[in-house]
Design a protein around this ligand. Structure first.
Ligand code: ZN
Length: 203
């Protein structure tokens, strides 16, 4: 399986990081070794002093597809969940300043937190799902799929023009504003509406 991630997909997040809104989806990959499952703890790696959480809706592909048109994209997934795209922001910043790919700042071991998935059928409209992250019991980030620059359907269509999508592939759909740093001892909990889909300790 592969993990496909979208960057800069929320206007206010782009403003907080000083990025222009992209004209096309910004796509990068994480390897399967980046997956952190089943509420396992996250250990802060020694190559970064600034690990940020990015809370994101995650779509799980359940059908083989290529060159999918946006209007048929809904046929390629039946579950949606929530995850964290952990980012070594300091590393990303220095790599970007040098014009180099920032893969290692995004795709290191355990950088892709994935929680429980919910059937899409439970939601009237996936493109209006609201989600949030609590750190130590306080809400630190909230988002709504409504605010995505490129919709889930547009993302599936765009991505599938380059990569064949396969059952089990995950798409991280980008983070809203409110990203922030984690420290040893923090406890993170991710919610879609009031339902907690993951929780983990930072070590
Ligand atoms: Zn992200």
């Amino acid at each position: 399986m592969k993990i496909i991630c979208i960057g800069q997909n929320y206007r206010k997040h782009n403003q907080e990081l000083g990025n222009e809104d992209p004209l096309l989806p910004v796509v990068f990959l994480k390897p399967d070794s980046s997956l952190l499952r089943k509420n396992s703890p996250f250990y802060i790696p020694d190559f970064s002093r600034e690990i940020h959480f990015e809370t994101e809706l995650v779509v799980r592909i359940d059908r083989l597809g290529k060159n999918i048109s946006p209007k048929f994209a809904h046929r390629y997934y039946s579950e949606i969940g929530l995850g964290i795209d952990f980012t070594a922001r300091d590393l990303q910043r220095s790599l970007r300043a040098e014009g180099k790919p920032w893969e290692i700042a995004k795709s290191f071991d355990n950088s892709a937190v994935v929680g429980k998935f919910l059937p899409v059928a439970r939601f009237k409209d996936v493109q209006s799902i609201e989600f949030s992250l609590k750190k130590n019991g306080e809400i630190v980030q909230t988002g709504s799929a409504e605010d995505m620059i490129f919709s889930i359907a547009d993302l599936i269509s765009y991505i599938s023009g380059f990569f064949t999508l396969k059952t089990g592939d995950l798409i991280f759909t980008g983070t809203p504003a409110g990203v922030g740093a984690v420290a040893v001892g923090d406890h993170l909990e991710g919610f879609i509406y009031d339902e907690r889909l993951f929780h983990l300790n930072i070590k």
